[in-house]
Design a binder for this molecule. Structure first.
Ligand code: FCB
Length: 416
């Protein structure tokens, strides 16, 4: 049984548009960089694409009913920018959530840039930030009477690194350090959107506590550099209004826009990172964390990392740190419905979150990644993160043991 979280603490689940919706040509949706990337041979496992995914675009009522059965307070989903010309789907989705007593928490950008904008330079082009603000304003006008809290971007660091530096995600560019302007344009997009959206605004960052591989000075220095790129490049500007390194493309006034006050910071946590010095094109490399169990994805399971991360953020940013929501945490499992490893993973991470809360971190909520098995980016459908399993041939949804576990925990909490 989990320790008691305070009254008002929000428990939810997360998904994202391209990973679950399918229907990539319905109702005027434009192509996105993920359509292009996934349809290019060799980019995804098995050539998998999000063309159909969980067919959530057509099956959303059934999926929302699962949320009710699970008993969550809130649902974090993302709005597909390529659907900006016709937002009817999200209009219905929001109404469907509210009718079921579930608070909608939309993310405006979970990596699915319209291909037309990529063709004009994508996030290397400053104009994309302004286009994002226009899109955000448009969504705000349509849904702002019912949605009161928004996440602008999901994990800008992963989008910059995998999408523009290493090319393992869309748009598949391999610019290495020349990808840095992407960070600034994404953060500027966040700030501009924060100024136009009606209601409370958050940014979701992927954060990882970084540990040096040894006591060597070189490994310590490499770990600090990695921490700069992964964590501080995206946390410092929104909380302190500064970059931890030289970032090209910054104009007068940009940092004030980026530091527009946020209601809360969203944190996606999966694992810590152990770093050694390297002489390659980058001065660091990841090394395995000895002794840690791994998920089906091979990611180390280190729940204390979440405690260290949250208490470390409080130490680093002090008064500048807004309240925090864990907007993603979960694991891939290959156990089918008997997903004991996922129960253990979530149980341990919720406990670590609770300890951080007890030790003074202003943590307001926790969202599990994910409701459904889905399109796990370049790993296709192989990695299964769902509390609910999906048979992608038939679209049949099956509740896993972890679904029942979380449902029972939430029921107990309500009955108290
Ligand atoms: C995060 C992404 C999410 C999902 C999980 C496993 O980095 O935000 O879409 O892929 O990892």
């Amino acid at each position: 049984m989990l320790p008691p979280f305070p009254e008002g603490f929000v428990v939810g689940v997360s998904t994202s548009a391209y990973q679950i919706e399918g229907a990539t040509t319905d109702d005027g949706r434009e192509p996105s960089i993920w359509d292009t990337f996934a349809h290019t041979r060799g980019n995804t496992r098995n050539g998998d694409t999000g063309d159909i995914a969980c067919d959530h675009y057509h099956r959303w009522p059934e999926d929302l009913d699962l949320l009710v059965e699970l008993g969550v307070d809130a649902y974090r989903f993302s709005i597909a920018w390529p659907r900006q010309s016709n937002l009817d789907f999200y209009d219905r989705l929001v109404d469907g959530l509210l009718a079921r007593g579930i608070t909608p928490l939309p993310t405006l950008y979970h990596w699915d840039l319209p291909q037309a904008l990529e063709d004009r330079g994508g996030w290397l082009n400053r104009e994309t930030s302004e286009r994002f603000a226009q899109y955000a304003a448009n969504v705000g006008r349509r849904l702002g009477d019912r949605v009161h809290r928004w996440i602008t971007l999901n994990e800008p660091v992963v989008h910059m690194a995998e999408g523009y530096a290493f090319g393992t995600h869309a748009p598949g560019r391999t610019l290495m350090l020349d990808a840095l302007p992407v960070a600034h344009h994404l953060l500027l997009a966040h700030g501009l959107a924060a100024q136009t959206l009606p209601g409370e605004v958050m940014l979701t960052n992927n954060c990882t506590p970084v540990m040096p591989a040894s006591d060597d000075e070189a490994d310590h220095a490499a770990a600090a550099i990695y921490d700069g790129f992964h964590n501080r490049l995206f946390n410092d500007p929104v909380m302190l209004g500064t970059y931890p390194m030289d970032v090209p493309g910054v104009r007068d006034g940009d940092m004030d826009i980026i530091r527009t006050p946020m209601h809360a910071l969203g944190i996606n946590y999966y694992n810590p990172t152990r770093i050694a010095a390297a002489d390659g094109p980058l001065p660091f490399r990841m090394v395995p964390i000895e002794g840690a169990e791994t998920t089906a994805f091979g990611w180390p399971v280190v729940p204390e990392g979440l405690y260290d991360l949250l208490t470390g953020l409080k130490r680093t940013y002090a008064e500048a740190l807004p309240p925090i929501y864990i907007t993603e945490n979960g694991c891939s499992s290959d156990e089918g419905t008997a997903d004991k490893s996922r129960i253990d993973y979530l149980d341990a991470h919720l406990r670590a979150a609770h300890r951080a809360l007890t030790d003074g971190v202003d943590l307001r909520g926790f969202f599990v990644w994910s409701l459904l098995d889905n399109f796990e980016w370049s790993d296709g459908y192989r990695q299964r993160f769902g509390l609910v399993g999906v048979d992608f041939a038939t679209q049949v949804r099956t509740r896993n043991d972890s679904f029942r576990w979380l449902r029972d925990e939430l029921t107990r909490r309500r009955d108290h």
